[in-house]
Each structure stands twice: as structure tokens, then as C-alpha cells.
Design a protein around this ligand. Structure first.
Ligand SMILES: CC(C)(COP(=O)(O)OP(=O)(O)OC[C@H]1O[C@@H](n2cnc3c(N)ncnc32)[C@H](O)[C@@H]1OP(=O)(O)O)[C@@H](O)C(=O)NCCC(=O)NCCS
Length: 163
């Protein structure tokens, strides 16, 4: 949905996702090494992304963010399936561009900011996520940001974090 949640930790910032940035997100998500970690591993075309963005803007339960490092687009993440009544939402679509940007703590800082926005601005009490059990790097990120394993669903590790 259209939102205005923003945060920065040093040079690492979360900003609302725009159509233009979501096309950049699509390009990195389509890379074989990246899309293999998502539930849907299909290649996404320019047209598909435009259609997705249109739908996304109308979806009040979906908040997508661009991640920037020193003002350069570096990836994205989302807080979605927001259930205001139960005060919980799903965390996901986490992706950092391959190359020099990786292993600099960008994902870790971005997760921390997302958790803070979920708690302070969205007034949620819990975030949950699903991660493939062999995605050891992502698992490390989630464990170091206080997500805990709560079970296995269809071969995916289910984790949650109380906010
Ligand atoms: C998972 C991902 C977002 C991590 O991004 P990142 O910015 O490189 O992560 P960070 O720099 O914050 O590192 C987090 C932890 O993982 C470790 N790590 C990062 N890359 C690693 C690697 N290739 N091998 C081993 N450990 C690694 C870091 O050392 C750090 O651990 P620490 O806190 O103990 O030092 C990134 O690798 C990515 O986009 N992967 C593809 C998409 C994906 O898997 N998304 C998650 C789907 S659930």
C-alpha cells in the first residue's frame, strides 16, 4: 500500500517502495542465486512487476520497503499479511544485492528497522516469517535479530518475533 514509513541506521535506510525501485528489485530477485530462496522461483517480467505493483498499492495489508545504502538502492523487504485485529504480520521478501553490499550488516540493520516500524508505527505485537531450512545465511540474520524457531511448515522453518 502507499505508506510513508521511513527509518535509517547510519547509512542504511528503509524507504517506501516505488514503482521504479520495485523494477530494480525485480531484476535482482530474478537472479538464479536469489530467486531460489523464495517460495515462488519464477522469473518476473517487467509487465508482471507493474501489475504486481498496481495491486500492491491497493492492498492495505502490504507494506513494501526499499533498502538503501548511502542513498543507493540495495534491496528490499516487506511487512505483509498485516492482521490489525491480531496485531501480527508476516515479514519477508528480504533481499540484498549481490556483491560488495553483502556481509556489511545491511540486512541485519534493515530487519531491526522493520521490527521497530512494525512495533512503534503499526502497533503490531508479533512478526512471523518462513525461511527455507537450507538458507543458512538468512537464518543467521533472523536469529541474530531475535526471531525464534517455532516449527516447520511444508519444509520451511517458521519463526516469530515478539515486538
Ligand atoms: C540473506 C541476505 C538478505 C543477507 O544480507 P546481508 O546484508 O549480506 O546480511 P548481513 O550482512 O546483515 O549478515 C547477517 C549475518 O549473516 C552472516 N553472513 C552473511 N553472508 C554470509 C555468507 N555468505 N556466509 C556466511 N555467513 C554470512 C553475517 O556474517 C552476519 O552474521 P553475524 O551477525 O554473526 O556477523 C542476503 O544474503 C540475500 O539477499 N540473500 C538472498 C535472498 C534471501 O535469501 N532472502 C531471504 C529469504 S527468507
Amino acid at each position: 500500500m502507499k505508506h510513508d514509513f521511513r527509518a535509517c541506521i547510519g547509512d542504511i535506510c528503509l524507504e517506501p517502495m516505488t514503482l521504479e525501485l520495485s523494477q530494480q528489485y525485480r531484476v535482482i530477485r530474478n537472479e538464479d542465486e536469489n530467486r531460489k530462496w523464495f517460495i515462488t522461483t519464477d522469473i518476473v517480467t517487467w509487465d508482471m512487476q507493474n501489475a504486481w505493483f498496481d495491486k500492491y498499492m491497493k492492498n492495505e495489508a502490504d507494506y513494501m520497503f526499499a533498502i538503501k545504502y548511502k542513498d543507493i538502492f540495495s534491496g528490499g523487504l516487506a511487512i505483509y499479511n498485516v492482521d490489525k485485529e491480531k496485531q501480527k504480520a508476516e515479514f519477508g521478501r528480504l533481499l540484498i544485492k549481490q556483491g560488495n553490499l553483502r556481509r556489511n550488516g545491511i540486512a541485519t540493520a534493515a530487519i531491526k528497522m522493520a521490527c521497530n516500524i512494525a512495533k512503534e508505527k503499526m502497533e503490531l505485537k508479533c512478526l512471523y516469517l518462513f525461511v527455507k531450512d537450507d538458507n543458512l545465511v538468512a537464518l543467521k540474520c533472523y536469529e541474530s535479530t531475535d526471531f525464534r524457531k517455532v516449527g516447520i511448515v511444508n519444509g520451511m522453518i517458521h519463526m516469530d518475533r515478539v515486538l
